[in-house]
Design a protein around this ligand. Structure first.
Ligand code: HEC
Length: 165
């Protein structure tokens, strides 16, 4: 949603700047063109600009947003779990950093090296600790510092919200 808002803002600003440039007679060529046009012509150009910028800057991202809206949820064994922004980021990171070794239905992961997180259902603190410090307690090796800080927190939140569901 933030990206969409930024995109819209960007286009609105681009549209406004072009407008003002055109009206204040920014680049010389533009001034010459505009001055040679009638008032009605100017108004038509103005309306044309507006329609174009609303179409590109607002309609397109809104449509894209609608198309993507279900990626905000996790579909697990027929049920739907709403994910926060942080948990969605965690899902991406899980796919890239954990899925090779762990099973987790919510991430469509079926790795067999480490324990199944759907069975283990680790609380966020345990997952965070495992990611940062690694594990080697006889069940194989999980490397330390696979992720750090907010990324490790995001994965831990995602696992806690979805494991075993
Ligand atoms: C190279 C394979 C590998 C990767 C990649 C990996 N793990 Fe592990 N993980 C393991 C193994 C093996 C264990 C069990 C280690 C042991 O028995 O001491 C484990 C254990 C765990 C545990 C249980 C810790 C405990 O104390 O019971 C959690 C939670 C976990 N991993 C989460 C993750 C997350 C989240 C990621 C991604 C950031 C990840 N793992 C990436 C192999 C991996």
């Amino acid at each position: 949603m933030l990206a969409t808002a930024a995109f819209i803002a960007f286009w609105v600003i681009v549209g406004l700047v072009l407008f003002l440039l055109a009206l204040r007679g920014g680049p010389r060529g533009m001034r010459a063109t505009l001055q040679s046009q009638s008032r009605a012509g100017n108004r038509t150009a103005l309306i044309g600009f507006s329609v174009f910028y609303i179409a590109v800057g607002v309609a397109v991202p809104v449509l894209l947003g609608i198309g993507n809206s279900d990626s905000a949820d996790a579909h697990i064994n027929g049920q739907t779990v709403q994910l926060t922004q942080q948990e969605r980021e965690g899902r991406e990171l899980f796919g890239a950093n954990c899925a090779n070794c762990h099973t987790l239905a919510a991430a469509r992961a079926s790795g067999q090296v480490g324990p199944s997180l759907d069975v283990l259902r680790p609380p966020a603190e345990l997952t965070y600790d495992a990611i940062v410090r690694g594990r080697q307690r006889g069940g194989g090796t999980m490397p330390a510092r696979l992720l750090e800080g907010s990324q490790a927190e995001a994965v831990a939140a995602f696992v806690a919200a979805t494991a075993g569901r």
